[in-house]
Design a protein around this ligand. Structure first.
Ligand SMILES: NC(=O)c1ccc[n+]([C@@H]2O[C@H](COP(=O)([O-])OP(=O)(O)OC[C@H]3O[C@@H](n4cnc5c(N)ncnc54)[C@H](O)[C@@H]3O)[C@@H](O)[C@H]2O)c1
Ligand SMILES: O=C/C=C/C=C(\O)C(=O)O
Length: 478
């Protein structure tokens, strides 16, 4: 049985005390391996290695770093089949999705930041006849990179790539439920020529464990976390003592606003994806659907019909659209949300239960719930599963108000063929990432991140470099 190890200072290793935890495939319920369980000792060792490595890595040229990063991307692409299978076994997501989204995007994260760093410029201000100011960009130091389980390698590389491009070194703490591709990435980094200590991986849990040991560590300069809002709050607290720079990509409860003048077929097809892709376990999923009243009945009928066609099942079967949730524990959480939604007056339009023939795994039917309002728990809290609510609305002002009536502010989608309305509504919605007539279409140069309790800071393009590097101004008297 596979043992997933830490990677510290260029060596794959167990924990000092030999501790491990079990790893399960949520689609079968089977134990698939054991994972080295790190704690403070392993984090200390990894941070020390990253600090030593920073002395030289931080001085390499952007071109050298970019060349290594392109080799990492090449190796990810060469190992696509193996990486996709590891991701599917760990998460329960369809293999077709891991092959078409998770792994290709992971390779692209490295290519994108490798190319981007070579074209970076800084600012200069001339005080005519008096002085010339220019800014120099420098790496910060050691970064703690903490990733979630839903898009394990995709979201981890979204942090590792800009970190390496900027000249920082890192200690990675992958989600405990999905450790496998992080250790595989370490292997790839080593093969690609990343020097020892530049990338370290320590497996383990979050609170009072490897995660908090990393966020509390006095010699870690930056923490980039993608995870739940409650985790973001805990991390912020523990990082305060050493005043670490933080990037927090947190949860969402994203509105999907459908106006009656939209292209119905397009809106329906994409809404199926924005509701249920990756079992709804994407922070950007449009979990609150609002439809303008004249279109409401037709939209609901169309959405229910398309949802009924989704194949829930074996993630390895190429016909599967919806795989297993991340764990049985999460499945019970999702079921609890649905049960309470019904208790609060919600009506299940389709789904709402575990499929009869798939009880061996953590499967849940794609679910649409109507007859809810903004007072229901289901419209306020992030479910992070294949569950959406749907409500009618009458006016633009009304839907803007309901869409914004949330503590979250990550994403939003607007469906309309009225260009002026699209601009108007986009300007009013309180979310960091807004799509009009599309969803999850990503240009990695654009700012990505959440407002309100969905996070702090932006990633992508120059914004990632703002986080992973220091700017210092040089003022020269003329
Ligand atoms: N905004 C985004 O870009 C984005 C992207 C993906 C997922 N998410 C969010 O992530 C959540 C799902 O992922 P998850 O369940 O893995 O999140 P999580 O917050 O439970 O865990 C994320 C990571 O943080 C670690 N962690 C937990 N508590 C910690 C602590 N006290 N100190 C240090 N580390 C700690 C975990 O071990 C894990 O590696 C959802 O809320 C989802 O919306 C956000
Ligand atoms: O589950 C969350 C998805 C996040 C996506 C990104 O961070 C991205 O596309 O860069």
């Amino acid at each position: 049985m596979e043992k997933v190890l830490h990677f510290i200072d260029g060596t794959f290793c167990e924990s000092h005390d030999g501790r491990t935890f079990d790893n399960f495939n949520p689609a079968t319920g089977e134990k698939i391996g054991v994972v080295a369980e790190g704690g403070k000792a392993e984090i200390d060792q990894a941070v020390a290695a990253a600090r030593r490595a920073f002395k030289t890595w931080g001085k390499t040229s952007a071109a050298e770093r970019a060349a290594i990063m392109h080799r990492i991307a090449d190796l990810i692409e060469e190992n696509l089949d193996e990486l996709a299978l590891l991701e599917t076994t760990d998460t329960g997501k369809p293999l077709t999705l891991a092959k078409s989204l998770d792994i290709p995007r992971s390779a692209y994260n490295f290519r994108f930041f490798a190319d981007f760093v070579k074209g970076m410029s800084t600012e200069a201000f001339e005080m005519e006849g008096v002085a010339l100011n220019y800014a120099l960009r420098r790496p910060v130091g050691v970064a703690g990179l903490i990733s979630p389980w839903n898009l394990p390698l995709f979201l981890l590389t979204w942090k590792v790539a800009p970190c390496l491009a900027a000249g920082d070194t890192c200690v990675i703490k992958p989600a405990e439920l999905t450790p496998m591709t992080a250790t595989k990435l370490a292997e790839i980094c080593q093969k690609a020529g990343v020097p020892n200590g530049v990338v370290n991986v320590v497996h383990g849990f979050g609170p009072d464990a490897a995660g908090s040991a990393l966020t509390e560590h006095p010699d870690v300069d930056l923490i980039s976390l993608t995870g739940e809002t409650t985790t973001g709050k805990a991390v912020m607290k523990s990082a305060a003592s050493s005043l670490k720079r933080l990037s927090l990509e947190l949860g969402g409860k994203n509105p999907n606003i459908v106006f009656a003048d939209c292209d119905l077929e397009d809106a329906l097809t994409t809404t199926i994806r924005s509701s249920f892709v990756n079992q709804g376990e994407v922070c950007l999923c449009g979990s609150r659907i609002y439809v303008e009243r004249p279109l409401y009945d037709r939209f609901v009928a169309g959405l229910v019909e398309k949802t009924a066609q989704l194949v829930v099942g074996d993630p390895l079967d190429p016909n599967t659209n919806v795989g297993a949730l991340i764990s049985f524990e999460h499945l019970e959480r999702v079921e609890g949300f649905v049960r309470r939604a019904v208790e609060q007056g919600g009506r299940i339009l389709i789904g709402g239960k575990r499929p009869e023939h798939l009880k061996h795994g953590a499967f849940f039917e794609p679910t649409i719930i109507g007859d809810v309002d903004s007072s229901c728990e289901i419209t306020r809290q992030e479910v992070f599963g294949p569950v959406v609510t749907i409500q009618p609305f009458d006016t633009e002002e009304e839907v803007i108000a309901i869409a914004n009536d949330t503590n979250y502010g990550l994403g939003a989608t607007i469906w309309t063929s009225n260009l002026k309305r699209a601009h108007r509504v986009a300007a009013e919605i309180e979310a960091g990432v807004i799509w009009v007539n599309t969803w999850f279409l990503r240009d990695l140069r654009t700012p990505f991140g959440g407002m309100k309790q969905s996070g702090i800071g932006r990633e992508g393009g120059v914004h990632s470099f703002e986080f992973f590097s220091e700017l210092k101004n040089v003022c020269i008297k003329l």
